[in-house]
Design a protein around this ligand. Structure first.
Ligand SMILES: Cc1cc2nc3c(=O)[nH]c(=O)nc-3n(C[C@H](O)[C@H](O)[C@H](O)COP(=O)(O)O)c2cc1C
Length: 177
């Protein structure tokens, strides 16, 4: 989940994405909430690429990401980019992301496509194996302002692209001959 903002919509949206995913694949999913992973920006003196971490919270974060076979980012768009806590969480590690299959689901007033494009570039820099389908959920002004919504009903039009991204992710997870 890309957002840790107070009052964020991310948990509701990401939980729905996981529901869609669980219904369409046999994979196991774990929702990773960056709010549970405080990673100060100034307490790791080493280069992440060397993989030697001074802090136990960084080592735990490293183990968490290393243990995943694939990553689905579910992230909002903030000012044409993706949220700073997500960049911080990414930049705390390096090799842990490399070669990992990944999908990006974005959301925002126009689907969060600028956020997704930015995250795609960063993930490519980390040599993640990104799937080509990038579901982008458009939020109405009322939703953004905190109005009620039901992802199951209101986001039904996006379920197919999420399933397609998962089909591509599963292909990436299959052992190569
Ligand atoms: C700091 C900030 C910047 C935002 N910038 C954009 C933007 O560039 N484009 C957009 O469509 N929505 C933008 N929004 C609206 C968000 O898409 C919307 O508030 C969404 O719910 C944010 O995700 P979150 O609630 O999970 O944090 C912005 C919201 C915030 C808080």
């Amino acid at each position: 989940m890309g957002s840790i903002r107070a009052g964020r919509l991310c948990p509701k949206i990401a939980s729905w994405v996981v529901e869609v995913a669980q219904a369409s694949t046999n994979l196991n999913y774990e929702l990773v909430d960056l709010a549970d992973w405080p990673l100060p920006m100034n307490d790791e003196p080493g280069l992440p690429a060397l993989g030697v971490y001074a802090q136990e919270h960084t080592r735990a974060w490293s183990r968490k990401i290393a243990s995943a076979d694939a990553i689905m980012f579910v992230t909002p768009q903030y000012n044409w980019g993706y949220p700073a806590p997500l960049k911080n969480a990414i930049d705390h590690l390096d090799n842990e992301w490399k070669g990992k299959p990944a999908a990006i689901v974005s959301y925002g007033g126009h689907g969060g496509d600028m956020s997704a494009a930015q995250l795609r570039q960063v993930a490519q820099g980390l040599k993640m194996r990104l799937v080509s389908t990038m579901p982008a959920i458009t939020l109405t002004r009322e939703m953004i302002l905190g109005g009620p919504f039901d992802p199951q009903k209101d986001f039904q039009a996006y379920a197919e692209s999420i399933r397609q991204a998962l089909v591509e992710l599963v292909v990436e997870l299959e052992p190569k001959a």
